[in-house]
Design a protein around this ligand. Sequence first.
Ligand code: URA
Length: 400
Amino acid sequence: MIEQWLEQRARGEEQRQEDIAGFVTGVVEGSISPAQIGAWLAFVFTRGMSAQETVWLTEAMTQSGDTLSWDGLEGPFVDKHSTGGIGDKVSLVLAPLWAALGQRVPMLSGRGLGITGGTLDKLEAIPGYRTDLSVPELRTVLDEVGCFINGQTGDLAPADRILYATRNETGTVASVPLITASILSKKLVEGLDLLVMDVKCGSGAFMKTQAEAEALAESLERVGTGAGVEMRVRLTDMSTPLGCGIGNALEVQEAAQCLQGQGPQDLEDLVVELSGMGEAGRQALRDGSAFAKWQGMVRGHGGDPEASLHGSDATKMVLQSTHSGQVQSLDAGGIGRAAFVLGAGRRHATDPVHFGVGLQLLKKPGDPVHAGEDLVEIWHAQGHGLEEAQPAVEAAYHIK
Ligand code: URA
């Protein structure tokens, strides 16, 4: 059968739903060889896949392992996923905010890879916070608090794990249908009513151009809707870092500030926009209700909510501006690379991260700055990566 499926894909012909499902089953059961998986992916990469086929692939991958069900709990069940960016700590704020507004948020997140950070790494910067709660533990936190943020638990979407690893090895990651199915299959296992997608675009994002980001946004919207979930897809800028804290502990601290109505404006505005709740969302950040949910969630995961306010325990070095003017732009990609070389991110999935390292941006685009004035705090661990980070930060700022 697989030989026939490969011939069809090589010719760019559409496959039937049962054949796509059969392929996914064969991948998980091991009856399809790694070489055959690689060839199938390469044909999809070069010849594409129709929207209908992408829905079938997504559904088959979603059904390839366990799925979560919240029977007995009252919804609506909502979640948000970002394609990743620099300083993007929106999930940490949005999950408790939604919970404060009566939504239930069963959020399964990932770790950072490359220069974009991962929500689980950020949360693990909070002493005691466990990202590996069991399904019964997650149900308790979801029931009592209204939101959780955890790692993949049990055997969820195992097909994605295998396909993603092969895509990495075969250079077939950058395919819109394959990215769509990969992202959505991991979210649709959560038993959602609504999924908000934040597709980032710019130098600090996976999608660098508007056209690439639009193609992915359109595909996610079409396929998610086709798979029966209400989708709200936003395309947002990632040419400039979001907020001022970049690095795990610094981002947790900024999220906790935002949850008390004291976050940077760009972060608060994006959180409120993605919440879809307008002024009620902003109000919940001001009146303490979202922060109370944050404290409940952190406690529910075994963490210390007080510690989430403390920021970094690394060593601080302050970089001053060499000239006067106005910050014209701040390159998110350069800032992300600087935080990465300091140790905030990981090159390989199993690498450790240093929670305390990162950057605190004291000036953002539009801000006036004088020569000799503090521009950015660089938080480092015994100087690790500092030699590379400092010029990267200087190059990222365009002051005129
Ligand atoms: N993130 C995912 O989860 N999958 C992809 O294919 C790309 C980014």
